[in-house]
Design a protein around this ligand. Sequence first.
Ligand code: NAD
Length: 430
Amino acid sequence: MPGRVVIVGTGIAGAAAAQTLRKDGFDGEVVMIGADRRPPYRRTMLTKDLLSGRVDADRIPLRSADAWQTMPVEIRTGTWAADLDPVGRSITTEDVSISTEDGSITTEDVGTGARATLDYDALLLATGGRARRLDPPGGPAWPGVLHVRDAEDALALRSRIGEAVGAPGPRGRLVIVGAGLIGCEVAAVAAAAGVAVTLLEAGPRPLAGTVPEAVSEMLADLHAGHGVTIETGVQVTGVVGETDSDTSGKGVSVVQAADGRKWTAGVVVGAVGMIPATELAQSAGLDVADGILVDEYCATSAPGVYAAGDAARFPDPFTGGTCRIEHWNHGQAHGAAAARAILGNGRPYREVPWCWTHQYGVNLQIAGTPQAADEWRTDGDLGAREFLSVGFAAGQEVAAVAAGRPKELRAARARIGEHLTWSGAPAAAR
Ligand code: NAD
C-alpha cells in the first residue's frame, strides 16, 4: 500500500479519488494540488445555477473545508504541477501568483512562483482540461470573447449578462458560438434573463452527435419559444471589435462568418469544446494521444502513475477502441476507479456514460454512446417533453435520451451496460 498519494487536479475526478481512498480505508497521506484557487466545487452548477444567479459562489463547494480536513485530505490550491519525474517519483510544484483581477489563471501566472518538490508513492493525474478557444492558436486573441470553464469564467459571464439586460442595441445582445451543452445552457440562462440571444453552430443542429435529430428539433423549438435565434452551418472566421458610439463607449463585437454574414453583440461566448490538459504527462514522457493513455485500471505508461477524468483516454468497452469522456459522472466514477486501482482493488472500468442538461425547466438525460446509434426509437411525447428515445447500433441498444422519465432512463442505461462485451482491447503500455 502506498504511503503518500498525490493527486494533481482539484476537479471531480481528483476529488472522487481522494474521497474513495479514505472511504476504502487508506490511512497514508493524501495530497491534492490544483492551480485553481478554489477547493473542489460543483462544475455542473456553473452554466446553470451560478450563471443564472440562483446560487452564489459560496454554494458551489463540493465539501466544506472542515470535511476535507477531517478525512483528512490536504488540498493545496493555487499550486501548479510544473514537472513530473516518473523515475524518481516526484513532482515539482510552483505557487501560482494570480495576476488577473477576476482571479482566473493565465499562462503568464505560471513560471514565477516559489517551487517545491513533492515525492509520491502513487500519483493520479486528474488534470481535466481547458476551454478550446474560438480564436486560432498562436494568433492574437479575438476581442470581447468569453469562454466558460471555471467558476471565475462563469461569474465574469454572469456580470456581462447582467450588463446586457435592458441595454440598447447590440450591447443588449449575446452571440454564442457552439450549440453544444455549454452553448445551449448559457443560451437558456441568458434568454431567461431577458437578453437577445443568437446561437451559432457549425454543425447541422444543436447537440448533434449527442441527441437524435428529433430531440435536437425539440430543443431548437424550446429555444425559439424563448426568443433564441439558432443559426446552423455557420463557420465563424473572426471576431472584431467595434466601438458603440451611442453608449458609454463600451465595446461591441462583430462576429463574422465564412459566408459573409455578421452579427453584432455586446457579449460573445465561445463554447466550442475543450482540450485535455496533457502537458505535464507529455513532458514526462508518458504516452499521450488526445488524452493521457491509460489501461482499464487507469494506469498510465509510467509505473505508479494513474490518470482519470476528462484528461484520460481509456479502453472503450463498447467499441474496443479508446475514448475520452468529459462528463461529471464519468469524472466521479473514473476517479473512484483510479483510487481503487491505487489501493490494489481495481477492476476493469466499464461504466456506461451518462449526463444531464437543464434548459428552461426541462431536464434531459443522456446515456451510452449516442454517436454510435444508427437507429432511434422513441416512446412518449417530445412536444410535452416526456419521452424516452433509445438508440441502436446493429440492432443493439447503445444509447438512451429521456426527459421526464428518469426510471426508464436508468433501466435503459443498465441494459446498455449488460450488452457491453469487454473486448480485451490492448491496454496502454504500462
Ligand atoms: P461540446 O463539444 O458539447 O459542443 C461544442 C459545439 O461547438 C459543437 O456543437 C460543435 O459543432 C460546435 N463548434 C465547434 N467549433 C465551432 C465553430 N468554429 N463555430 C461554430 N460551432 C462550432 O462542447 P462545449 O459545449 O464547449 O462543452 C465543453 C465540455 O463540457 C463538453 O465535453 C461538454 O460535454 C461538457 N459539459 C457538459 C455539461 C453537461 O453534462 N450538462 C454541461 C456543460 C459542459
